[in-house]
Write a protein of this length. Sequence first.
Length: 283
Amino acid sequence: MAERKLRGVTVLQVPAFTDIPWLVHGFSTRLGGVSDVAGEKVLNLGAVEWDTRESVEENKRRFQAALGAADHTLLSLHQIHSDVVRSFDSVPAKQCKGDASVTKRPGLLLGVRTADCAPVLVVDPKKRVVAAIHAGWRGTLARIVTKTIGQMQMEFGCRPQDLLAAIGPTIGGCCYEVGTEVASAFAAKFANASDFFDELRTGDEPNPLQWLNMMPPGHQPPPNKVLLDLKKANRAQLVEAGVREENIFVTELCTSCDVGRLFSYRKEGAASGRLMAVAGIRA
């Protein structure tokens, strides 16, 4: 992904996406906003206790202007860590609950907010359909990426092999600690679940995740925490859904490792803001 400073706002964009003239897209950073946290001006794009509605709205205006989409209607969901996919042909009367949205209507800008979870954008360059997905561990476990692509196929006739997909800033497998019960839940649903996890290492584990792979246990009990790679898990879902590997773009940025440019709830706690990933069709 390329980092660009547009109208004073720093955004991340996928070169293959910017080559599509009708597409507007971007992943926000914390740079270029008016919100104040601990004396720092940041681009917070979500409702948090320490920020004001006025500042968030101004940040949204700046973000959309930076993307050349000031005249688009931003649609964001009331996110509930689910597998609910919403399809929009017009502006709804009230905010909808869910964690993924799809549209082919020009002038609508689909957005998802994150502060560690995986933001995934999917684009069909042929059918002119876009999707924005919020994939935390619960949504990933529920296969929200797979279900969004299924919605695109059923409603708009999209072919997975035609799709482009991008996974934006997410907490990395280097930092995202979860309980072993989460890994067990993934193992029950995904044959390749062990690829998404690593043990917290002390340097002397001869057989990582032996408990998850159902191998004979060693002398030590399984760890209380393991590391989950959300980007790897969602990339695998894209591939399994039929998206070509060369059409999947994944940033190496970890939200927890790079709080100078990004927000991380795991790292910053209540002082964290919210990032936003958007995709839309130019009016």
